[in-house]
Design a binder for this molecule. Structure first.
Ligand code: G6P
Length: 545
């Protein structure tokens, strides 16, 4: 938390700035030519993850200077403060303890002098018992029929995590049941999720940390109506459970708090899916697989907590991100999973990274004069290759990317037909093409007409990390997510911002609340700015109001 000297005034930052000016023209072709060992030397392993970071525009000196910055910014001190339950989310006066959610039963982590680990395991045990009941058919709906459909209603951190992980771990999921995730306040989302379901066999999990989020409460109210109109008011208890920190609001909504699974204010929404927010996932994959996932998270937590900076994966990825974000002015980075099962992974990372580090004042409240969190984007390869990779290869923007792949396919089909080799060949080839490109001489030597040569040249020198694991198991998913969680932490610590609040989402909520009665015609447009007033009036006219 070394905020006394501003980041860009530190000697370490200035040294990096000078180093950037000296090395910015270096090409990955030269770096690899100069060091035949680079591909294996610039690689790190932690748990089941292997990360090749050799295709980054860095030298040994760059990495040394970045680690000096890390040391100067007190990152390890802040990390230790997080792990020991200090209230590092100081604007909300909260500890930041998602690491406690995956701590083993015998661990001791204290908040305000109280060990929180027993409570974590008590909830996990209740979730396990409930999941087992639903999975075995022992938990029935109001008419005595077993639950066939599970619908999670939540938004942001109460949606993106379970949805992403359910997709990622589908091969481990109970395929006899339907799992759906509703988040959008657009009624179409709920409508499409339930239109073909039988209410008598449907369980709603209402997930909301605060239980006041308007989208979730609106969807939950509509879902309740849908159920009650088919099965009557008494059916609610068997078809609705809640996940929340707010028992009062849960009771007010009409869900029996005996059917509520709690968590705590020291779990940020975007860090919550390994809490009770993962209940839908646990029903899908079962308590044992869920535990394996938590163990994967914990493995990466321990790596982050104990590995020295030169072998610490989240620190390394965090530093590389800062190198591009702040020195190369990259603005964005792409996460490109070569796994269909990770189709929601980048959506999930968007909240994790952009809600955490999308800040523009430092911990003392002063405006930053450096770049903070990047725009995160991407879709699974190879789909992106046929859409936006053109820009990645030949556009004017530098887009560092993480390529993520798995050695073994989960589904047998990929193995039988050789499809998986083709998928992975694409992953490796993209990193290769982005790094090394194709020179004008190479293009001309292929007999390409001179006027076409510039169009068919690839400049290369576009950085990627390649993250490889043997297989996408629950544990590996946990490791991957914890890797990014801690990467985001490292970056926020260096930038000197609070990665754990999200005040930036508040204004829009307040304004929407203020506009809603104006759209319905209950109040007029007086006092609105010219643009909003015109839009609201047009909306009202077209709705005949
Ligand atoms: O879980 P809830 O309290 O319903 O919150 C859902 C989401 O909405 C908020 O606006 C925050 O931006 C998110 O961090 C949070 O995950």
């Amino acid at each position: 938390m070394s905020d006394s000297v501003r980041l860009d005034q530190t000697d370490e930052w200035r040294a990096l700035r000078r180093h950037y000016e000296e090395t910015r023209e270096l090409h990955l072709r030269e770096l690899f030519a100069a060091d035949p060992e680079r591909g294996s030397r610039y690689a790190l392993e932690a748990g089941d993850l292997y990360v090749d970071y050799s295709r980054n525009r860095v030298t040994d000196e760059t990495l040394r200077l970045l680690r000096e910055l890390l040391a100067a910014r007190g990152v390890t001190g802040l990390r230790d403060a997080m792990f020991s339950g200090e209230k590092i989310n100081f604007t909300e006066k909260r500890a930041v303890l998602h690491v406690a959610l995956r701590a083993p039963r015998d661990a001791v982590i204290e908040v305000d002098g109280e060990n929180v680990v027993p409570a974590v395991h008590e909830v996990l045990d209740r979730m396990a018992a409930f999941s087992a009941q639903v999975r075995s058919g022992e938990w029935t709906g109001a008419t005595g029929r077993p639950i066939r459909n599970v619908v999670n209603i939540g938004i942001g951190g109460s949606d993106l995590g379970p949805k992403m992980a359910y997709e990622a771990l589908r091969p481990y999921a109970d395929r006899t049941r339907v799992f759906r995730f509703v988040s959008n306040v657009d009624g179409a989302d709920l409508h499409e999720a339930v239109r073909d379901l039988d209410p008598a066999e449907t369980l709603f999990i209402i997930s909301s940390k605060t239980f006041t989020t308007v989208e979730t409460i609106t969807n939950a109210t509509s879902a309740r109506q849908w159920l009650v109109s088919a099965l009557g008011e008494d059916a609610v208890a068997k078809h609705f459970v809640a996940v929340s920190t707010n028992a009062d609001q849960v009771a007010k909504f009409g869900i029996d708090t005996a059917n509520m699974f709690g968590f705590w204010d020291w779990v940020g929404g975007r860090y919550s899916f390994d809490s009770a927010i993962g209940l839908s996932l646990m029903v899908a994959i079962g308590p044992e697989r869920f535990r394996e996932m938590l163990d994967g998270f914990h493995l990466m937590d321990e790596h982050f907590r104990t590995a020295p900076p030169e072998r610490n994966l989240p620190m390394l990825l965090g530093l590389l991100g800062i190198w591009y974000d702040d020195f190369y002015d990259a603005q964005t980075y792409a996460v490109l999973p070569y796994s269909h099962y990770l189709s929601r992974f980048t959506d999930y990372l968007q909240q994790l990274d952009m809600e955490s580090d999308g800040k523009s004042v430092d911990r003392s409240g002063r405006p930053v004069t450096w770049q903070t969190g990047p725009v995160v984007w991407g879709t699974p390869g190879t789909n992106g290759q046929h859409a936006y990779y053109q820009l990645l290869h030949q556009g004017t923007k530098l887009v560092p990317a993480d390529l993520i792949g798995f050695v073994r396919p989960i589904e047998e089909l990929g193995e039988l037909t050789g499809q998986h080799d083709l998928l992975m060949a694409n992953l490796f080839a993209q990193g290769q093409a982005l790094a090394f490109g194709k020179t004008a001489e190479e293009v001309a030597a292929e007999g390409v007409p001179a006027e076409q040569v510039p169009h068919r040249t690839f400049p290369g020198n576009r950085p990627t990390n390649t993250i490889l694991a043997t297989e996408l198991t629950p544990s590996v998913l946990g490791q991957l997510i914890a890797l990014y969680e801690h990467k985001v932490f490292v970056q926020g610590a260096i930038w000197g911002i609070n990665s754990f609040d999200q005040w930036g989402v508040e204004l829009g909520k307040v304004l929407a609340k203020n506009l809603e009665p104006r759209l319905s015609g209950a109040t007029d447009t007086a006092g609105l700015d010219g643009s909003t007033a015109t839009l609201v009036e047009r909306y009202r006219r077209l709705r005949g109001r």
